[in-house]
Every structure is written in structure tokens, then in C-alpha cells.
Design a protein around this ligand. Structure first.
Ligand SMILES: NC(=O)c1ccc[n+]([C@@H]2O[C@H](COP(=O)([O-])OP(=O)(O)OC[C@H]3O[C@@H](n4cnc5c(N)ncnc54)[C@H](OP(=O)(O)O)[C@@H]3O)[C@@H](O)[C@H]2O)c1
Length: 254
């Protein structure tokens, strides 16, 4: 029987590339996101190409009931999840007071709480089967000390990073490894609405989505707790850790 991976945010970007990579490795897929048409197209392409099984669930993770619907769908169809990838996410560009409370809560639900809910729902099955890999897509932003209009993004990514660390340390002796993946700027649909911002970032700072996904796969399968993608981001994170906070704030401000 093939192993099965559940991927949130599978309709584009990193999630779509995770689906392709796991299909290449012979995994069956459970793909979720809101855009059903994209999911249908990815399902039909990958099932035809690799002869694997794929299921799609169109849902909005800002509503936490969706996480139970995903779990119930898997239970009803006797699908055992061996790998869980908490990947869905987006950015907020307005300042904190310009975003409504509902939009803040939706944002936290999509980026963090849904990941915690899905882990809580699928972890007992992993414990029972003595195997589980959980990949949480955080960001190098989790290491950034400066809070501006991206502040809630930094906060949710840090929460996911710490949550992932907890799961890894509490369950690694049960052969369940949770890996935080921390990419920097990556070519996906994430910056679609931020064309000016995108062009202001030097090209060497950008990574290909497929590269990030391959590195995440290797790190997770070999039981790593965290991966920072790309040598330049590893250096940046190291510098942010050793540089005094006031200086980092000054430089980020500029
Ligand atoms: N690209 C970067 O530079 C970068 C850097 C660091 C970290 N990340 C993280 O990487 C992850 C994947 O993003 P990406 O770069 O691949 O961007 P992307 O191409 O925009 O993909 C984001 C995915 O999240 C899904 N999603 C968004 N809102 C959702 C909601 N309310 N309910 C369910 N699914 C939702 C989208 O699907 P639908 O729209 O179909 O729902 C889409 O599949 C995110 O967590 C992001 O924070 C990205």
C-alpha cells in the first residue's frame, strides 16, 4: 500500500510542488485549498503521470471546521495520513489597525491554528502506526525582530515554528518527526499582488519553489527539526541572532 501525504495550500506554489514531488516518490495524495479547479487539474495531471491515487478537498482553513471535515473525509475513506504538510498561507500588507479583527483571526487560523488542529487530529493515527512526518512551512520571517505591517505574519510563523519544535521533541521517540521549513523569498503566487515590492528584491535573494520543496523533503525524511533554505538565508538568520536587537531594528527600518 502506498503511503499518503496530506498537503494544505496545494493549489499553487510550494504546495503544488510538494504534491508533484510526493507523487514522483509514489505517495498517494490528499490535496486541500479553496480553488477546486486548480486542485482538479493537479490531481488529473499527477494521477495520469505517476499512477498514484489523489483526493481533493476544497475548503477554507480560516473556518476551523474545515480541519474536522478533512479528518472525517480521511476516516470515511479509510485513508491513513503518513505525512502532513501544513503549508497554506498568505501575507497581510496593511498595518495592524487597518486590518479588521475578523481578518486577523482568519489569518491566524489559516497560518497557525489549522496546522495545530490538523496535527492534533492526525497525530494519534501516526502514533498508532509508529510513523509520521509533519512538515510545517514557517519562514525566515520567524527570526525577524522588527514588527511593522508584516508583524502578524512574523508572529504566526514564529508560533508555527515553536509548535513544530514542541511536536518534534515530544514525539521523535515515537518515530514522528516534525520539521519547520523556513524559506526566504521564493517564486510562487505569494507576491502576486506585490509587483513593486517583488522587483525591489535583488534576484539572488529569490529561490525556486521546487528547490525549497526538495530541501524540505530531505530534511523531514532524515528527521531534522528545522531547515533554513539557502546559504544566504542561513547567514542572514545567524547574523540576526548574534547582532544586538537595536542594530537589527535600525537596519531593518532602513
Ligand atoms: N513565497 C515565499 O516567498 C514564501 C516565503 C516564506 C514562506 N512562505 C510560506 O509558504 C507557504 C506557501 O505559500 P506559497 O509561497 O506557495 O504561496 P501561494 O502560491 O500563494 O500558495 C498559497 C497556498 O495557500 C492556500 N490558501 C491561502 N489561503 C487559504 C485559505 N483561507 N484556506 C485554504 N487554503 C488557503 C492557497 O490556495 P487557495 O487560494 O486555492 O485557497 C495556496 O494553495 C505559505 O505558508 C507562505 O507563508 C512563502
Amino acid at each position: 500500500m502506498n503511503k499518503t501525504v496530506l498537503i494544505t495550500g496545494a493549489s499553487s506554489g510550494l504546495g503544488k510542488d510538494f504534491a508533484t514531488l510526493f507523487a514522483e516518490k509514489g505517495y498517494d495524495l490528499v490535496l486541500t485549498a479553496r480553488r477546486e479547479k486548480n486542485l482538479e487539474a493537479i490531481k488529473s495531471n499527477l494521477t495520469n503521470k505517476f499512477g498514484i491515487k489523489a483526493f481533493i478537498i476544497s475548503c477554507d482553513l480560516s473556518d476551523l471546521k474545515s480541519t474536522e471535515e478533512i479528518y472525517n473525509f480521511c476516516e470515511e475513506n479509510k485513508i491513513q495520513i503518513n505525512v502532513l504538510i501544513n503549508n497554506a498561507g498568505y501575507g497581510l500588507t496593511d498595518s495592524f489597525e487597518e486590518v479588521s479583527l475578523k481578518d486577523h483571526i482568519d489569518f491566524i487560523n489559516v497560518l497557525s491554528t489549522s496546522a495545530i488542529a490538523l496535527t492534533r487530529l492526525f497525530l494519534p493515527g501516526m502514533i498508532k502506526r509508529k510513523f509520521g512526518r509533519i512538515i510545517n512551512i514557517s519562514s525566515v520571517a520567524a527570526f525577524a525582530p522588527y514588527t511593522n505591517s508584516g508583524g502578524m505574519y512574523i508572529a504566526t510563523k514564529l508560533m508555527l515554528l515553536k509548535f513544530s519544535e514542541m511536536i518534534h521533541n515530544d514525539y521523535k521517540n515515537k518515530n514522528i518527526f516534525s520539521c519547520s521549513v523556513c524559506p526566504g523569498f521564493t517564486h510562487t503566487e505569494f507576491h502576486k499582488e506585490m509587483k513593486d515590492f517583488k522587483s525591489s528584491i535583488p534576484s539572488f535573494m529569490w529561490m525556486e519553489s521546487r528547490t525549497v520543496v526538495e530541501q524540505a523533503y530531505e530534511a523531514s525524511m532524515s528527521g531534522k527539526e528545522i531547515i533554513i533554505n539557502g546559504w544566504h538565508y542561513k547567514i542572514l538568520v545567524f547574523l540576526m541572532k548574534i547582532t544586538p536587537k537595536w542594530l537589527v531594528k535600525l537596519l531593518s527600518g532602513r
